[in-house]
Write a protein that binds this ligand. Structure first.
Ligand code: SF4
Length: 263
C-alpha cells in the first residue's frame, strides 16, 4: 500500500515524501502544492532541511539572487553558490561579485563555457552573432549559458533560482518547486523558486529595508542585468525584461535556462 506523504509545516523542514513509494513527479507536485503559500524563508528552510549543503544557489547576482543569498546567510543555511561567467559579462558584475563574496564570506564558483565551443561559435557566426538572428542568439546562449549551467548542476539534487512569475508569461505558469527538465534532461533535478510570487516592488522594498548589496547597474536604469551586449537600461513602458535582447520581439524572451529552446 502506498504511504501518505507527511504534510508537515513547510517552515520546519519536516515535509517528507517517501520517494521510493510515490512517483517522483507527483512527489514534487505535492511539495509545490504544500509550499505555494509559504514565505521565501519557509521555502528555503524546507529546501535546506531536505538537501542541506548540496542545495545550490545558481545566480547572476541580480536583485532576486541577492535576496536568496542574504536570506540563506541570515537563516544560517549554508548553500553552494555558482554563477556563469559567460565571457561577455559587464565589468560591473565582476566588481559586484567580489563585493558580495567578501560581504557574506561565501565562495562563488564561476563556471565558464567550453573554449572549443565558443571558438567554433565565433568562427561560424562572428563575435556578435546574437544581433543577426534569434537562432544565432539562442546558439550563443546555449554555448555560453545552458551547457555550462548543465555542467554546474550535474551532481546537484536541487537548485535555487530567483525567478518571479510576473517577469514573463513563460514564468507565470511555474511552481515554487518543479522538476527541472530544461537544465538536465537525464536524472532528477529539482528547481526551487522561493520568490516566485513576489513582485518587483517587494524585491526592492526588501533590499532597501534589509540593506542587501545590489548590482550597481540598477542605479543606471537597468531592471535586468545579463551579458553586456545583450542588456541595456529599461525604457518607459517596457516590461521588467524589456532591456534584454531588445531588438527581438517583446514576448517570450528566454535564454534557455528556464524554458526549452532549440539547440
Ligand atoms: S545573453 Fe547575449 S552574449 Fe550572453 S550568452 Fe546570450 S546571446 Fe550570448
Amino acid at each position: 500500500m502506498q504511504q501518505e506523504p507527511n504534510h508537515g509545516d513547510p517552515g520546519s523542514g519536516v515535509l517528507e515524501f517517501p520517494d521510493q513509494a510515490v512517483d517522483g513527479d507527483l512527489c514534487v507536485l505535492g511539495w509545490a502544492i504544500e509550499l505555494e503559500l509559504a514565505t521565501p524563508e519557509q521555502v528555503l528552510r524546507w529546501a535546506h532541511g531536505r538537501w542541506g549543503r548540496e542545495l545550490t544557489l545558481a545566480t547572476s547576482f541580480q536583485a532576486e539572487g541577492m535576496i536568496l543569498l542574504h536570506m540563506c546567510h541570515e537563516l544560517g543555511l549554508p548553500v553552494r553558490v555558482v554563477t556563469l561567467d559567460t565571457g561577455r559579462l559587464p565589468e560591473e558584475t565582476f566588481r559586484h561579485i567580489e563585493h558580495v563574496r567578501l560581504h557574506y564570506g561565501v565562495e562563488v564558483e564561476m563556471v565558464a563555457p567550453r573554449a572549443s565551443e565558443v571558438a567554433r561559435l565565433v568562427r561560424r557566426g562572428g563575435p556578435n552573432l546574437f544581433y543577426a538572428s534569434v537562432v544565432g542568439r539562442q546558439r550563443c546562449c546555449n554555448v555560453r549559458k545552458v551547457e555550462p549551467m548543465g555542467r554546474a548542476l550535474a551532481r546537484t539534487p536541487a537548485w535555487l533560482s530567483g525567478l518571479r512569475r510576473d517577469q514573463t508569461p513563460t514564468r507565470d505558469v511555474l511552481n515554487k518547486v518543479e522538476v527541472d527538465r530544461v537544465t538536465r534532461t537525464k536524472g532528477r533535478l529539482v528547481k526551487v523558486c522561493p520568490l516566485l510570487d513576489w513582485t518587483e516592488d517587494q524585491v526592492w522594498a526588501y533590499i532597501h529595508e534589509q540593506g542587501v548589496p545590489y548590482h550597481p547597474l540598477y542605479d543606471r536604469g537597468y531592471r535586468t542585468i545579463g551579458c553586456a551586449p545583450c542588456t541595456r537600461p529599461s525604457r518607459p513602458g517596457e516590461g521588467a525584461r524589456g532591456g534584454r535582447w531588445w531588438w527581438e520581439s517583446q514576448t517570450g524572451k528566454e535564454c534557455g535556462l528556464h524554458v526549452l529552446q532549440p539547440r
